[in-house]
Design a protein around this ligand. Sequence first.
Ligand SMILES: *Cc1c(COP(=O)(O)O)cnc(C)c1O
Length: 482
Amino acid sequence: MNDSPNFHMTPDEFRQAGRAVVNWIADYYEQIESYPVLSQVKPGEVRSMLPPDPPQEGETFEAILADVDRVVMPGITHWQSPNFFAYFPANASGPAILGDLLSSGLGVQGMIWATSPACTEVETHVLDWVVKMLGLPEKFLSSGEGGGVIQDSASGATLCAMLAARERVTGFASNERGCDGRLIAYASSQGHSSIEKAAMIAGIGRGNLRIIDVDEKYAMRPDRLQEQIEADLAQGLVPFYVAATVGTTSSNALDPLRAIGEIARRYGLWLHVDGAMSGTAALCPEFRYIHDGLELADSYAFNPHKWMFTNFDCDCFFVADRKTLIKTLSILPEYLRNKATESGAVIDYRDWHVPLGRRFRSLKLWFVIRHYGLEGLRYHVRRHVEIAQEFVRWVEEDADFELAAPAPLNVACFRHRGGDAINQAIMDRVNAGGEMYLTHTKLDDRLTLRMSIAQTNTERRHVEKAWRLIREAAAAVTSGQT
Ligand SMILES: *Cc1c(COP(=O)(O)O)cnc(C)c1O
């Protein structure tokens, strides 16, 4: 029972419980490989362990923490396991966890500069660092016309870019009167689903999102983009936005930014570049070719919450022209009026994204960058790419398997030559075993397995074991064992 007179946790109780939680997390990381990577619970199983009604009286912290083990842990899929190769990484790390904890402890709401100047200024500064760290175009620095902001997700960034593009092309008229159904957006067939969602939310209409064909490497075909724009113009429509992807979710394809950017410039389209996972590779100069042509983009986003060891949520969104973004999203109710805002000398980040309120998210990113340094971050990115390339060679050398798409960085798309049913059976078998977790995609309508090799703690031995498990599963499946 909670016996404090005013029900609050006292500072001493907080110290004690806090130590217990930090120890719990440290133990978790030490034991993480002993859990089945993919949660094995059935639908409803977690809820069935919870009481139907909330407690009338407060409970002890020990009781609460004990239920994390009993109720929560069986229902966890271990994204932080080094044997997690599914989807994309959602990396955590010690410094990021602690930065997030401090952000919770300070509990500031940084909607405008005045509500906590440090929340805004650390963010602006760290995002300028990120421009330098990734070798991004200087126009994204806050010292010029542009600047960066932390968004909740790449999806939020895609949406904000589309909204700003909509206002730019209509002279800020859509904000007043809504859209007229004539604005046309473009993305490749491999673009992320968040582009379609943005078209729905922004009032463009998903029917006005044109899906552009890809080439044999699953990258957008600029010739097809141009043809489609011409066809739309001939119909009296208004092309306004194109989203290009650096590292598509499905196969890690790299859209040709320069060719797309030149077309965007020629026809006056806003180019948004989505580098959600793969953008992090640009930490290493040898991988910066993925951003060739990025200086032609109006906006760019990537997620340190994927491959840069920073706990979800942390998407870095950069615009070349912050005025357009701010004018698109700003409204100033009386209760937020203040001298600093009116002086024009400060950034109020509430005008840079959809929500008004915002947490101190730059703390965790700042901690990560300072803890690892560029050297440490590059070390891990290089290791992941190196191991992934080794995995690619193992696939290529095995007569039963084939590579299904080029693997420029850390994602390998591959399949057993035996067809969809066999690949599905291999995947089900390795995932049920609990020792690893991988997922699939469809490329040219064929079921394709994916190894995304980018978890914070993944080492060569984990990938070696995964390849062994995959081949063992293939042997069992093809010989009819179940
Ligand atoms: C993962 C991913 C997204 C979505 O990321 P969120 O931050 O979860 O919205 C968008 N685009 C690409 C290319 C991705 O890989």
